[in-house]
Design a protein around this ligand. Sequence first.
Ligand SMILES: NC(=O)c1ccc[n+]([C@@H]2O[C@H](COP(=O)([O-])OP(=O)(O)OC[C@H]3O[C@@H](n4cnc5c(N)ncnc54)[C@H](O)[C@@H]3O)[C@@H](O)[C@H]2O)c1
Ligand SMILES: O=P(O)(O)OC[C@H](O)CO
Length: 377
Amino acid sequence: MAPAQEQLEGEQIVAQNEDGTNCIERSRVTVIGSGNWGSVAAKLIASNTLMLDSFHDEVRMWVYEEVLPSGEKLTNVINQTNENVKYLPGIKLGKNVVADPDLDNAVKNATVLVFVTPHQFMEGICQRLVGKIKPDVEAISLIKGMEVKMEGPCMISSLISDQLGINCCVLMGANIANEIAVEKFSEATVGFRENKEVAERWVQLFSTPYFQVTAVQDVEGVELCGTLKNVVAIAAGLVDGLEMGNNTKAAIMRIGLREMRAFSKLMFSSVRDSTFFESCGVADLITTCMGGRNRKVAEAFAKNGGKRSFDELEAELLQGQKLQGVSTAKEVYAVLSNRGWLEMFPLFTTVHEICVGRIPPTAIVEYSEHKPKCCLT
Ligand SMILES: NC(=O)c1ccc[n+]([C@@H]2O[C@H](COP(=O)([O-])OP(=O)(O)OC[C@H]3O[C@@H](n4cnc5c(N)ncnc54)[C@H](O)[C@@H]3O)[C@@H](O)[C@H]2O)c1
Ligand SMILES: O=P(O)(O)OC[C@H](O)CO
């Protein structure tokens, strides 16, 4: 899958050394985000830039600055210890990862941008980046989520493309960050729109022997898989919290996958069925429903009978890491409600109504021919 180095270098702009001789203009990578997955993404990329002549070794990582209980700034600690002690403790990122709390400075020389923050912060980040990045930058989004605006839903890759005027691919997959951090084997999917060579460059930048990446020409399908599976993961966590067992959980996952596909195809007729069989599809759905953070917090929500809010449980259980499923359920619900599709998507609808306390957690497994809104009918 990875293209030959000569082919990649052939695409590079030729720059000049101080002595006037030609050399290859190397790409400079900045990772925007430094949470659990952001830190692992920086580690993966940093291991590859050391080996690829077409990239500068250094990987800059923008850090949303915070002060640790010790009184030290997170950025300083990352640069001193080479570890993100808050979001990925115990893992060395690579000495060529440089943490930078200044967003403008972090992007000013970048030719390659990797976006990986919780989706709710992206609108603000894009606004701050307008006019601050090089015009020919290539971008990729690892963010699982969407925005809903007055004019309709907007995927995060489109938000980036529209606001910054740059091309944006996506990378999604069955990727629980802590497992990839310790180099356990997993797969991922790059979604691209038209330019296969750009997609292959992303494959090359991310792939390692333990992280196998493939590219498919279905950016919306890949991104919607990554986004919508978080809603199904909330449902799976509720089922776990109610101790309903494996058959019920499998039923929830099957119904969830069916709604993911139906919603994606209604949103974008170009979405391919085959995308749901890639890592970004059924594999991500399985891993998230088995071992993800959305599942974990939803389980606690159901165990507490819905009496403690998702916000409270998120803060307690995730300690600064962010859930995407609850806000995505709200965003999906807004789309369904606006278009009169609520009855067609009982699982997505039920998850949102449980999250906001309109109905109890047990509603996820109530089934009856006479209750059309229930998701197990
Ligand atoms: N963690 C995983 O296993 C995993 C795997 C695949 C994809 N993802 C996706 O990656 C994206 C990023 O998740 P993550 O796990 O890296 O983050 P995270 O949930 O671990 O951490 C939250 C991050 O948000 C930052 N933050 C807090 N307030 C902020 C603000 N106001 N503005 C900007 N940043 C702020 C924090 O500093 C921290 O870096 C999400 O869309 C997630 O769904 C996560
Ligand atoms: O921990 P979650 O639920 O945010 O899921 C993490 C990843 O998206 C799994 O691929």
